[in-house]
Write a protein that binds this ligand. Structure first.
Ligand SMILES: NC(=O)c1ccc[n+]([C@@H]2O[C@H](COP(=O)([O-])OP(=O)(O)OC[C@H]3O[C@@H](n4cnc5c(N)ncnc54)[C@H](O)[C@@H]3O)[C@@H](O)[C@H]2O)c1
Ligand SMILES: N[C@@H](CCO)C(=O)O
Ligand code: NA
Length: 428
């Protein structure tokens, strides 16, 4: 018997799901052993939906998800409500769910997973992080026997596209964002991309899977976007042999009692594998105790790539149905707490416009020492009125580094703090 799908939302991703199911229907049926059939599509405006069979369209999403003939609900509306109520209603009615909705999973994944476990249905969400890249299944299944220590990811295509354009072509922020929007990468409200909310949601999902800690939500993630990144930061990074990337970083503490989860711009040495990720591509670098370093790379956004991940999950649900099973995510929780950004160990790059006078360097060094921050290297560029001191710190608690910068800002020998950014290196 065919597996009947209710599709919620027919935008950039949803329309491609319909297209791919249509295009590959025979092949999919042969591969799975049962056909996949779209039984209904919930849209906001019927007159706006294009390229789909009009007889499938409805504006009553709630009636669709609970319809008795529907087996699986695919949610590609996005946002918290009504997506959450629709998914919970679907699960309550015994339907498996496939979703691309990172915002919802990051805010309330625990509720959704608990409901799926209780109902004995599947809840899959591969498309929600890094779009087409197989990432969540490898973290959940392939690395189930390993111990992940750190995850570093470029998980937002829009911001990677903007930073890459600024770096490689000297393009402006606004024009680069408009290009990313035209290419279908940006969220409906691009603030979610450029202020790091989208990446923070993905970081929370990654931290949960990597460290088996159910409780991490987007609110636990320290978040800084890219709106403050200037041409001076990019030039400063270049001078150091680095590129600027917006990274999602999930890391165990040294004492293994907590995890840090953060999203912020980073200067990354050009030899780091993530530094070569251009345009809107995503990549996630995983450091695991036994597997070592792994990198997952590919298209993290766009209708067709994202629909590929959605279809993969639909096929997994179809196979589970045929096998008479469901693979609800475990409720096991390691209990690892999330520590504050201030306690996270980071390194800073600081460029200071200073007066080229005797004693400046020792004064600056004294301010670093006051906060127990050790300087890794320092160089001076220019002379006289235009002198710039560029310092890179050794790793230190982020709070100490941030207080160091505050004190530098307040000092009369420092005319301006031209650039401050964290530097990420390979861990040993
Ligand atoms: N576009 C991408 O590259 C991408 C990549 C990965 C994940 N996602 C996620 O996929 C989801 C969908 O993204 P998208 O880019 O297709 O967005 P989109 O805005 O293009 O599509 C969403 C569609 O849902 C419709 N909709 C809104 N409320 C509805 C309701 N109550 N009932 C029925 N339809 C409703 C909208 O009219 C719109 O057509 C989001 O969760 C997004 O974060 C998108
Ligand atoms: N707006 C997101 C879409 C993929 O989640 C991005 O730019 O990566
Ligand atoms: Na993915």
């Amino acid at each position: 018997m065919a597996m009947k799908v209710a599709l919620l939302g027919c935008g950039v991703v949803g329309s491609q799901v319909v297209h791919l199911v249509d295009e590959q229907s025979e092949e999919l049926a042969a591969r799975i052993g049962t056909p996949i059939e779209i039984g209904g599509i919930a849209v906001r405006r019927i007159d706006r939906a294009r390229g789909v069979d009009p007889s499938l369209l409805t504006t009553d999403a709630m009636a669709l998800v609970t319809r008795p003939d529907i087996d699986v609900v695919v949610e590609v509306i996005g946002g918290i409500e009504p997506a959450r109520s629709l998914i919970l209603a679907a699960i309550g009615a015994g339907k498996s769910v496939v979703t691309a909705n990172k915002a919802l999973l990051a805010e309330d994944g625990q509720t959704l997973h608990a409901a799926a476990r209780e109902a004995g249905v599947d809840l899959y969400y591969e498309a929600s992080v890094a779009g087409a890249i197989p990432l969540l299944r490898p973290l959940r299944d392939s690395l189930a026997g390993d111990r992940v220590n750190r995850v570093l990811g470029i998980v937002n295509g829009t911001t990677n596209y903007i930073l890459d354009r600024m770096d490689s072509q000297g393009a402006g922020f606004t024009e680069s964002l408009e290009e990313a929007q035209a290419l279908g990468y940006a969220e409906a409200d691009p603030t979610a991309d450029v202020e790091g909310f989208d990446a923070a949601a993905k970081a929370a999902i990654l931290a949960r899977l990597a460290f088996h800690t159910q409780r991490v939500t987007a609110a636990d993630v320290h978040r800084e976007g890219i709106t403050g990144v200037t041409a001076a930061d990019i030039a400063s990074a270049k001078a150091m042999g680095c590129v600027v990337k917006l990274l999602a970083i999930c890391q165990r503490s040294e004492d293994d009692k907590s995890v840090g989860v953060r999203v912020h711009p980073v200067m990354l040495p050009v030899e780091h594998p993530l530094a070569s990720v251009k345009e809107a591509y995503n990549a996630v670098f995983v450091e695991a105790a036994s597997a070592g370093r792994l990198m997952f790379y590919g298209a993290g956004a766009g209708g067709t790539p994202t629909a590929s991940a959605v279809l993969g999950d639909m096929v997994a649900v179809a196979r589970n149905r045929l096998a008479g099973t469901s693979v609800a995510e475990g409720g096991h929780d390691t209990g690892l707490a999330v520590h504050d950004m201030g306690e996270t160990i980071t390194s800073y790059h600081v460029a200071l416009d200073v007066a080229d006078r005797p004693g400046v360097l020792s004064k600056v060094a004294e301010i670093f020492a006051r906060h127990q921050v050790s300087i890794k290297n320092v160089r001076q560029e220019g002379r006289g009125e235009d002198a710039q001191l560029v310092l890179v710190s050794h790793p230190a608690p982020d709070a100490a580094l941030s207080r160091t910068v505050d004190d530098l800002r307040g000092h009369d020998m420092v005319r301006e703090v031209a650039s401050v950014m964290r530097v990420e290196t390979f861990s040993d």
